[in-house]
Design a protein around this ligand. Structure first.
Ligand SMILES: [Cu+2]
Length: 533
């Protein structure tokens, strides 16, 4: 098989029809006899990873050094005027050219492509008018490199990060983490992907280059001047009325009839997605937050909560040219309501759990079948619950909503670590997140789902127990959970207790754990934990 002969055309993320409130402008204009020249966006360019596979680094201790600015920018997202955003703007100072890839015409930050074993050095410059700091979501890094809010820097200041890439191959990301401002800063555009590769993954021959596509899914709300409207409800979070993929509304992918690797990040503040193909083709998952699964798993739907990633292997080779499909988010229950923008009578976002279109796909050129997937993708190196120091009495975290979210009855305190939030370096522990209520909020105590994220580690999901809430509502999402791989964020549904197995083996120091509904997080549903050596 000669794949190279099929690589004569680049992969494009093709924008046809700039969506406006769910209406297709293209169809409106064409009905009026107006031809709208589609805006065609190159997703990858010559700096992307080579299609022939991942290059072998010259040495494993290679340094990748970049400058990363958080700055103001503006982009034509909707017709009729540019949208002001905040953006991570990167430039490569040292390292392979493929280490930094700027997404054209997108507010998203650059994609950093790194190899396990490399050292990443980042000169972060804060050019937005409020304090900020960067968190490397999913990576194990020293605590002063982790983007804790106590390290936030003011406008005009800089912060230098330097750490080795210890993690497995996988799809990670970076976003702000300042005190009480993570939600708005991520919303206005500050986020980017960090993709790690390693030798084990490279040996699999997965689709690469133009067939390895990152898809960052976010919901947004625009005002009448095309400006981002952050109409967040602190109890339920922010909910927009439009889905953006890689910063584009009504995104459309023109694909070859070839196998693809799609790397999906839910970069939304609070919206959960129930992903499916509209023609009900099953989805094949090959990786979760912390990299490859031991074996591919197939689902009719995939539940993706804020902060979570999933990688799909999608083989379009049997699809004739002209085949059209849509990736959608199906309706579900148990999402805790969530009408954004109800305050002040301004525009409202769509509630959590409504059906939404994510991405249109069209097969526009012939291709050929790939080698398929091996039965076993990786040896994940899972640990055994029996080896945990607290397997009989897990460390428990009660998640409740009072006026804001609390963990074990506590709100966030910048420098505090409670006695039950201290672990020993090297220990394997069972943690239980229990979303069982007990709050006194007006909206009920346990109607909110909480995607719980632990900094600095990857964990295994051991067990889910539904102890309250509605089984019917739960079942509208639970079939889409993919718990068989390494995770750093796990969705804990109303009435549910989830146990995870986590080892604190890399660094001592103070780290965060929190809800990744960014409005819950900013409202205080976050705590420190300390790893003691
Ligand atoms: Cu939450």
């Amino acid at each position: 098989m000669n794949r190279a002969s099929n690589l004569t055309r680049r992969q494009f993320l093709h924008l046809s029809g700039l969506g406006l409130g769910g209406l297709s402008l293209t169809s409106l204009l064409s009905a009026c006899g107006v031809s709208l020249e589609p805006k065609t966006i190159a997703l990858l360019d010559s700096t992307a990873a080579p299609a022939s596979g991942l290059a072998t680094p010259s040495s494993t201790d290679e340094l990748v050094e970049i400058r990363l600015r958080a700055a103001r920018a503006s982009y034509d997202i909707l017709p009729g005027g540019a949208t002001r955003v905040w953006q991570y703007q990167g430039s490569l100072l040292q390292g392979p050219p493929s280490s930094l890839h700027t997404l054209p015409d997108s507010y998203l930050g650059p994609i950093l492509r790194l190899r396990r074993g490399q050292t990443l050095k980042v000169h972060f410059e804060n050019q937005i008018n409020e304090p900020s700091i960067i968190h490397w979501h999913g990576l194990s890094v020293p605590d002063e490199m982790d983007g804790h809010p106590r390290h936030a820097i003011e406008h005009g200041q800089s912060y230098t990060y330097e750490f080795p890439i210890l993690n497995r191959a996988g799809t990670y990301w970076f976003h702000p983490h300042p005190h009480q401002r993570t939600g708005p800063q991520a919303y206005y555009g500050l986020a980017g992907l960090l993709i790690v590769s390693d030798d084990e993954e490279a040996a699999l021959g997965l689709p690469s280059g133009e067939f390895d596509l990152p898809l960052v899914i976010q919901d947004r709300l625009f005002d009448s001047q095309n400006q981002l409207d952050y109409a967040a409800n602190p109890m339920t979070g922010f909910f927009g009325d439009q889905i953006l993929v890689n910063g584009q509304v009504t995104a459309s992918l023109e694909a070859a009839a070839m196998p693809y690797r799609l790397r999906l990040l839910n970069g939304s503040n609070a919206r959960i997605y129930k992903l499916a193909w509209d023609d009900e083709t099953p989805l094949t998952v090959i990786a979760t937050d912390g990299g490859l699964l031991e074996k591919p798993v197939t689902r009719d739907t995939i539940t993706l909560a804020p902060g979570e990633r999933v990688e799909l292997y999608v083989d379009f080779s049997a699809d004739p040219v002209g085949t059209k499909r849509r990736l959608v988010s199906l309706a579900f229950e148990g999402g805790g309501g969530g009408m954004g923008g109800m305050m002040g009578g301004s525009a409202a976002g769509l509630p959590q759990g409504v059906k939404m279109n994510i991405l249109r796909l069209e097969i526009t050129r012939a291709g050929q079948a790939g080698p398929g997937l091996p039965d076993r993708l990786t040896l994940p190196g899972f640990l055994s619950k029996q080896d945990a120091v607290n397997s009989r009495s897990p460390r428990r975290f009660d998640l409740t909503m009072h006026m804001a979210g609390l963990i074990n009855g506590r709100t966030f305190e910048m420098d505090s670590v409670a006695s039950d939030e201290v672990v020993r370096q090297g220990d394997l522990e069972v943690w239980e997140f229990a979303n069982l209520g007990g709050g006194m909020g007006m909206m009920g105590s346990s109607d909110q789902p909480h995607p719980m994220h632990i900094h600095g580690v990857q964990f295994q999901v051991l067990e889910r127990r539904l102890q309250g809430g509605s089984l019917r509502a739960y079942n509208t999402l639970s079939d889409g959970f993919v718990d068989s791989g390494w995770k750093d964020t796990v969705l804990v549904m109303p009435g549910e207790a989830v146990r995870v197995l986590v080892k604190f083996d890399h660094y001592a120091g103070m780290y965060l754990y929190h809800c990744h509904n960014l409005e819950h997080e900013d409202g205080g549903m976050m705590r420190n934990y300390r790893v003691e050596s």
